[in-house]
Write a protein that binds this ligand. Structure first.
Ligand code: ZN
Length: 509
């Protein structure tokens, strides 16, 4: 089945056809690096990661471009308050974003660019718009003349024919001919960073960045542009206007937008204060892979309601998958053959594979793809428990599981190692407040709820192994009080022991 995607521009699910066979160019509006990104932002980035991984799975060569917005009003204000230069201020959040991406197993886009490294190209595009009569200058700033672009509104489907006054959408503090007009270039203000250019001293508007960086690296017309649904208007509408006015060509063929992450019926956002950073959740003992799983678990066009209960369930679901893989890799199954039974068992592996592939081809239906893999887990476990699963069936099941994980990327149990590598492990000694990017750190050591009691201690693998050896010794000397005590201590630190014939296995909750 061909890949089908919902295109915001056409308002329909369409068969995806790239401009150049087997290649796909994707532009992703990246983060504005004025602070730590919250998990609502990461919902969109996880969706984009699933998209690129599925395209690769289907044989496409992917070229993804992501911008880093490192100049805007908030950044200018915050950098000034912190007494730092723009670069210095934004660097720390770019670093944090790159660590968060690795924790969430987000593949690195082929091109990642800072807006402030592209100022010359932005000036050129603005000059083209001036030459073609789409831009005008007012008090040193340059604006896009929306009235001249007849297709304005084609993405957001907003009808602008009515009351113009009601259409005031941004907070540019400059004089504009029409409320809908937006700044391409903002005149320098005292004490603010600016660039000397032929347009005058100033800095670029946000929208022009994305038009310039996408076309520079992907061409004047490219396959996919994606972002959160809150970017449809005005950001993406303005990108279309600038780009198409300048080139006279269609800008983007397929527009994909992810819906919001919700908290108690409201969009998770910085301005509402109802957000969690990735690090807030890690400091509460949740694994980044569980957060990735949760963010991928609902179809991208449906709002996802964030709850801690949902996150616990995600963690549990991942453990089920990992335990199933552990069984497939380590358990002894009957050898020999039973052609009829084996055909039946292996058909289940094939059916699950076909079902998850079809689900993703169908407008990236991740929820259905998860359903398909849990059918595989259930069927496999049942066959194993009933003695119908044979040695020769392993490969087919592992193959389906591995293929599925090329897209979902949650099976590898390496959260602890990565957190350790990045210095993000909160322990009883350091406290959650020590993890930069958490609400607790921001508030001087206590969380929003005024406590750090949410902290879960994470033991290193070596430490756990050592305790297990100690427990074995206690059991051998029939000191059961001691061995039970060690089990309880490990449980409190989030480690579950399981005694099997071949020794004690452990896993993190
Ligand atoms: Zn953008």
């Amino acid at each position: 089945m061909a890949l089908r995607l919902y295109n915001t521009l056409s308002g329909q699910v369409e068969e995806f056809k790239p401009l150049v066979a087997n290649h796909v160019g994707i532009y992703t509006c990246g983060p504005t690096v004025y602070d730590y990104a919250h998990i609502g932002n990461y919902r969109t980035f996880v969706f984009q990661d699933i998209l690129r991984r599925h395209l690769k799975y289907r044989g496409y060569e992917v070229r993804q471009v992501m911008n880093l917005t490192d100049v805007d009003d908030k950044i200018v204000r915050n950098a000034r308050a912190a007494g730092l230069g723009l670069r210095e201020y934004t660097e720390q959040f770019i670093d944090a974003f790159n660590i968060d991406r690795q924790l969430l197993n987000l593949e690195t886009p082929e091109v990642m660019v800072r807006a402030t490294d592209q100022i010359d190209d932005m000036v050129k595009l603005i000059q083209t718009l001036q030459e073609k009569g789409y831009a005008y200058t007012s008090e040193g700033s340059v604006y896009f003349r929306v009235e001249k672009f007849a297709d304005y509104g084609k993405l957001s489907k907003i009808d602008f024919s009515g009351n113009r006054a009601g259409a005031r959408v941004d907070n540019d503090e400059y004089d504009k001919a029409d409320a809908r007009d937006f700044a391409l270039w903002k005149a320098a203000k005292d004490g603010e960073p600016s660039w000397p250019t032929p347009l005058g001293d100033g800095r670029p508007g946000w929208h022009i960045e994305c038009s310039v960086m996408s076309m520079k690296y992907l061409g004047e017309t490219f396959d996919i542009h994606s972002g959160g649904s809150d970017l449809i208007f005005p950001h993406h509408e303005n990108e279309i206007a600038q780009s198409e006015a300048a080139t006279g060509k269609p800008f983007v063929r397929t527009w994909l937008h992810a819906e919001h992450l919700m908290v108690n019926g409201q969009k998770m956002s910085k301005s509402l204060g109802n957000f969690f950073t990735l690090r807030d959740l890690i400091a509460r003992g949740f694994k980044p892979t569980a957060i990735r799983y949760l963010l991928a678990s609902v179809h991208f066009r449906s709002p996802l309601n964030f709850t801690f209960e949902g996150l616990h369930q995600a963690q549990h679901s991942i453990e089920r998958l990992r335990n199933f893989r552990y069984r497939l890799l380590n358990e002894r199954f009957p050898a020999g053959e039973n052609p009829e039974e084996q055909a039946q068992v292996q058909a289940q592996a094939r059916a699950a594979r076909e079902a998850f592939e079809a689900a993703l081809d169908d407008n990236l239906n991740t929820a259905a793809a998860l359903g398909a893999i849990f059918d595989l887990v259930r069927d496999g476990n049942t066959a194993m428990d009933q003695g119908r699963f044979r040695d020769g069936d392993r490969a087919a099941f592992l193959d389906t599981l591995e293929r599925w994980d090329r897209i979902f990327a949650v099976l590898e149990d390496n959260d602890y190692a990565k957190l350790q590598e990045f210095g993000l492990l909160a322990t009883r000694e350091t406290g959650a407040g020590a993890v930069p990017g958490t609400a607790a750190a921001a508030e001087g050591g206590t969380g929003k709820d005024g406590s750090t009691a949410v902290l879960v201690e994470m033991l290193s693998d070596e430490e756990i192994e050592r305790r297990i050896v100690e427990r074995e010794a206690a059991r051998r000397s029939r000191n059961f009080a001691r061995s039970d005590g060690i089990r309880a201590e490990l449980l409190e630190a989030g480690v579950v022991l399981e005694d099997t014939k071949s020794g004690t296995r452990w896993k993190r909750k």
